[in-house]
Design a protein around this ligand. Sequence first.
Ligand code: ASP
Ligand code: MG
Length: 424
Amino acid sequence: MKVFKFGGASVKDASAIRNVSKIMSLFPDEEILVVLSAIGKTTNKLEKIHQAYQSMDKLTFLKTIAELEKFHIDLLNELFKTHSNPIYNKIEVVFDHLKAKFNLPYSQNFSLEYDQLVSLGEVLSSYILSAYLSENDFSAMWIDALELIQTDNNFQEANVDWKKTEIAISKKILPKIKENKLLITQGFIGATADGKSTTLGREGSDYSAAIFAYCCNAESVTIWKDVPGMLNADPKYFENTKKLDKISYKEALELSYYGASVIHPKTIKPLQNKGIPLYVKSFLEPLNEGTTIHANKENDKLIASFIVKHNQVLFSFTPNDFSFIVEENLSTLFKGLSACSAKINLMQNSALSFSILLDELKINKEKILDYFKKEYTIKYNEGLELITIRHYDEQIISKMTKGKVILVEQKTRETARFVVKNKL
Ligand code: ASP
Ligand code: MG
């Protein structure tokens, strides 16, 4: 059995969905589980709808739902011959449910409410894809991920209960795929023991694909993307990017951890644990070799990779009482940063100062300043970039840091990292 993951861009409009069906027809005799993301930018729209619900802004709430509904109905009109297809009704039920939400009081549990709404994008997309494939002579069966991916109630970033998930998946998926060969399910979402929807973190559908593959002992996972594979740099910012043909799990994990956005960093571990290969391939050129991610480390060093994170802010904390930055201080700092939901991209300490680099757009700066102000003097520097180079040499470093002021520099044997700002 193979697991195929299709992201939002691969189903973004009618011709993209038709293209998915073309890809599926290249594998007529295979058992395939498709793990699907929400269509295009649906998840962002659902976030907006949730925001409007929280702030009781009925106008924005209804207007944004109407836009999203129109988008989905227009898509159905392009894909299906008649309005009598049951898919119209299925989609309407989801939108009615969404609209009715406004009449219920907001529970004040932001993350719980978020997950109940935002999880619906994948339900819509998977209904549409399975209806479309069924109408085009595939025997596609829709499968409810909420019955399979069992999680705790850490809403918005739920943790998988692996034992329960493994039991549910092997009981439900394995017999069905023997019967049916093509199953369609949702990425990104799961459910708590008491049946509340959860999400696994933004862009989490890749991770879902890995969870399913792990629990089914799949032969491989393929992530279908709008790029030819994993590249050594982001083509949005770099010319002459090169495809990484074969890399190890470790290399892929490092690259995605440092910010290469092609695969979600959590995807690798379950696959590595069972030795399941991961293929990253282009949905536009499905016959071309993409990137193979596997246990073999032989080719990791062949090509240097570059990752640039923009909009970084460097915070430096100095204890007011002039105490050294040692274990006790560090433990207070980490506890506080975790309470402020700050995710650290890089850190460094000296005798009296502890510096961390954070994503400017993902933090609440005031909250951090307020939290630490009694015990620490805090300085921060905004508008920075974090450059990571894997398998660097000095020539590459000087090219990458040309015209920049280096604020922090860290090197290991394989990785060089620089926090920089542009020279004025
Ligand atoms: N639809 C979700 C998101 O946009 C999950 C995913 O795409 O992987 O974050
Ligand atoms: Mg997405």
